[in-house]
Design a protein around this ligand. Structure first.
Ligand code: ADP
Ligand code: ZN
Length: 740
């Protein structure tokens, strides 16, 4: 890649006309801002999008802040080619790009690239052509009845699109062409219609209960202050948190500012979108990775021009060019989907708070099972907090009971215990819906040779191959490798000797079909519901009682409202506790509590049966007692003494290479150069749990500091000490969420 700044010698002290130089940041992964000469037309202000020469080509970037390098000789400066006709990037967004880059140790250009994710939007939209009535008609023009209808329609002097005229006047498009040729109508550019309708803040919504109304008033007041604040909004599943923060959205609209709502999985959010439409009368703008390039361009431009009053999106929406953001809501703030693990590694929940601070906006973090980070910030007063204590409409929380698998195990080769089988049977007999939850896709997580004990593993990763029986394939869930099930054991050659070990949702489905052959069963997993349309159709058929039994992975934990669902069975509650991840207990509790929260949302009280081999585990006890505050307090006390987050800071270095020895050597060098001192500790290097991923050998180091010690300066100094060869990558993960 061309890097002009590196190739240009730095002359000393050349004199420059003031104002003639500017810095331009380009959306390139290795770039800092480069210096250019302003065009003859004058220096564009910071934030302007400009086209500049870069090596032998052109690139589009943003005029950045800060002083240019005065030592660069005038003769070396190249001139800005063009200033684009797009709203300049706001100072708030520029500061955000700089902030995220510094925090995550990413090149600012890599972060800028996320803020320029729709380059086509930088060109103004092509104006649409239409027709209007000619100011004066030519002598002797023939006025047939169709022509008269067109002229009557256009009598108000307003220009209209050809298709609109043809439809309204009931004429063929050829009539318009003939009328133009006859000089009766003339071409005219159309005024641009707003791309997103204004949501109506005062459109009638539900009547809020007393506690809901109080919380809504507090959030609206925070928005009306037009200043930065962060509020943690908690409340049991179904308590109306969404309805409450909708009121904050309404206040933002009244203030004439924009609102951004981040959802963890936008593809699963059709129920949310329906509720938004019910509350505000129109749909919001959407932002996620599956938009068409045209919708992306239009949406980006609309946001930049202040024409998208409410936008709901995935984490990348944080980098959209809102001119005047008044509110950011992060719904289900505990979700790990907010962490981006590739490229610029950042946590959208945390960055949302930063974005709100830089924009002078209110930030709302909402969850029934908030993260320990947010709970701690609320406890120390850094965040305000609001709590909704009860389900709306008096619906009771479900009753949770444990099934001790040591005492009442399933039959051999089965996975549903007698108490759970009985409960599902009774629920179905009453005509109510039941759900079985198992956070594992496929048929079986492992396949073993009965003859020699060989386990089938991925050739590219340290991972077992997962059988997907419906597709007749074994798959790696880390790299996408797939192969047909072997006829014979690849190790010992024994024919037909492989057996599945453990359950996935497909295997639970098989068991359910044998137990309840009459039941209509739906499997909800990312591979059976590949897109928003499929997820929406599934949700509809559940609500309309076309389904009796739902079998699902973590997808089913996501905020669904299924009014007829009264029983939830957790097939393997211990699954997430293995592995020793710092947050394993917290995350298992959040997931199971959310799954449990799907039951009994309307008139009938829900029941939850949790199958576990460790019923005495604090997570299981908290699920039964429902006392999440006590559980989180115990979690906090377990982490505080060792300075584990949120009472200390963590950053991970992941060293990877296709060459195992190169990875090993760099990891060792990093280990030898590790920072130390009071309150600073480095763990590793050690092989990552996923020691090989997509053919790359991986080593991990973990930097842990006391909370008052920032990790970024330590990381910068550390990385500067070690020469990393070209075939080795060192990825920095500040505040890691995953530890694989
Ligand atoms: P949460 O986000 O806390 O899980 P929701 O906002 O999704 O709760 O509310 C749960 C259900 O109750 C939704 O169907 C919602 O429309 C309904 N609901 C909540 N509050 C009210 C209210 N005040 N009036 C009518 N329906 C409500
Ligand atoms: Zn793999």
């Amino acid at each position: 890649m061309a890097r002009p700044k590196d190739t240009r010698p730095r002359g000393a002290g050349a004199t420059v006309a003031p104002g003639a130089r500017l810095r331009v940041l380009l959306p390139l992964p290795l770039a800092d801002a480069y210096d250019y000469r302003a065009p003859a037309s004058g220096a564009p202000p910071p934030g302007s999008f400009v086209t500049v020469p870069l090596g032998g080509r052109q690139a589009t970037g943003v005029v950045w802040d800060g002083p240019p390098d005065p030592s660069l000789p005038e003769s070396r400066l190249r001139e800005v080619i063009a200033v684009l006709d797009a709203p300049p990037m706001t100072a708030a967004l520029r500061r955000f790009v700089d902030w995220v880059a510094a925090y995550t140790l990413s090149p600012p250009g890599a972060v800028l690239r996320m803020a320029m994710s729709a380059p086509a939007a930088l060109a103004p939209p092509a104006p649409q052509a239409g027709w209007r009535r000619a100011p004066a008609w030519p002598e002797g023009a023939r006025l047939t009845p169709p022509r008269r209808r067109v002229l009557e329609l256009l009598a108000d002097g307003r220009a209209r699109a050809g298709a609109e005229i043809a439809a309204a006047a009931g004429v063929a498009p050829a009539v318009l062409r003939a009328m133009a040729a006859a000089g009766l109508i003339v071409p005219s550019l159309l005024p641009r219609a707003p791309r997103f309708a204004m949501p109506a803040p005062d459109h009638p919504g539900p009547v809020l209960g007393r506690e809901q109304a109080a919380a809504a008033a507090a959030l609206s007041a925070a928005v009306a202050r037009r200043a930065f604040s962060t509020t943690l909004l908690t409340g049991v599943t179904g308590s109306g948190k969404t309805e409450v923060y909708f009121e904050a959205v309404a206040e933002t609209l009244r203030q004439g500012r924009q609102a951004l709502v981040l959802l963890p999985e936008i593809a699963l959010s059709t129920q949310w979108l329906e509720r938004f439409r019910a509350r505000f009368g129109v749909a919001p703008a959407l932002w996620h990775s599956e938009l068409t390039s045209r919708t992306r361009r239009d949406t980006w431009r609309a946001v930049a021009e202040g024409e998208a009053p409410v936008l709901v999106g995935a984490r990348s929406a944080l980098f959209l060019p809102f001119p005047d953001l008044g509110l950011i809501v992060v719904d289900e703030e505990h979700e790990t989907a907010f962490k981006q693990e590739e490229g610029v590694v950042y946590h959208a929940r945390d960055m949302a708070v930063v974005r709100a601070r830089l924009a002078g906006a209110a930030c709302v973090l909402a969850s029934a099972t908030p993260s320990l980070e947010s709970v701690t910030n609320a406890a120390t007063g850094r965040y305000a907090s609001l709590h909704l204590p009860a389900r709306h409409g008096g619906a009771e929380l479900p009753e949770v009971a444990l099934v001790d698998l040591r005492r009442t195990p399933p039959e051999r080769g089965r996975f549903l215990s007698p108490p759970l089988v009985a409960a599902v049977g009774q629920t179905l007999a009453r005509g109510e819906q039941a759900m079985l939850f198992l956070n594992r896709r496929g048929y079986a997580p492992m396949t073993l040779c009965r003859a020699c004990g060989h386990r089938l593993r991925c050739p590219n990763c340290t991972a077992w191959l997962v059988e997907h029986r419906a597709q007749r394939r074994l798959q790696c869930h880390h790299c996408g490798h797939a192969e047909p099930p072997p006829e014979a054991c690849p190790e010992c050659g024994a024919p037909q000797a492989t057996v599945p070990i453990g359950p996935g949702v497909e295997r639970v489905l098989e068991e359910a079909k044998a137990l309840w052959p009459e039941a209509r069963v739906l499997v909800m997993a990312s591979d059976t519901l590949p897109g928003p349309a499929a997820a929406a159709a599934a949700a509809r058929s559940i609500r309309e009682r076309e389904v009796d039994l739902i079998i699902g992975t973590q997808i089913v934990a996501k905020g669904w409202h299924f009014p007829h669902l009264t029983l939830v069975g957790v097939v393997d509650a211990d699954l997430g506790l293995a592995g020793g991840d710092l947050r394993a207990s917290e995350r298992t509790f959040q997931l199971l509590h959310q799954v449990a929260g799907r039951a009994g949302r309307e008139e009938h009280r829900g029941r939850v049966l949790v199958q576990s081999f460790a019923p005495e585990h604090p997570v299981m006890r908290a699920l039964v007692s429902g006392d999440s505050d006590a559980f989180m307090a115990a979690e906090a006390e377990a982490r505080r003494p060792g300075h584990w987050p949120p009472f200390g800071r963590l950053a991970a270095l992941i060293v990877s290479s296709e060459d195992e020895r190169a990875a090993e050597r760099t990891a060792r060098d990093l280990g030898l150069a590790a920072p130390g001192g009071e309150g600073v500790e480095v763990l590793g290097p050690a092989p990552a749990p996923l020691a090989i991923l997509r053919g790359r050998h991986r080593r991990r180091l973990l930097l842990k500091t006391r909370r008052d010690i920032a990790v970024q300066p330590l990381l910068r100094a550390w990385l500067a000490k070690v020469a990393v060869p070209g075939n080795v990558r060192v990825q920095v993960d500040v505040d890691p969420v995953g530890f694989l």
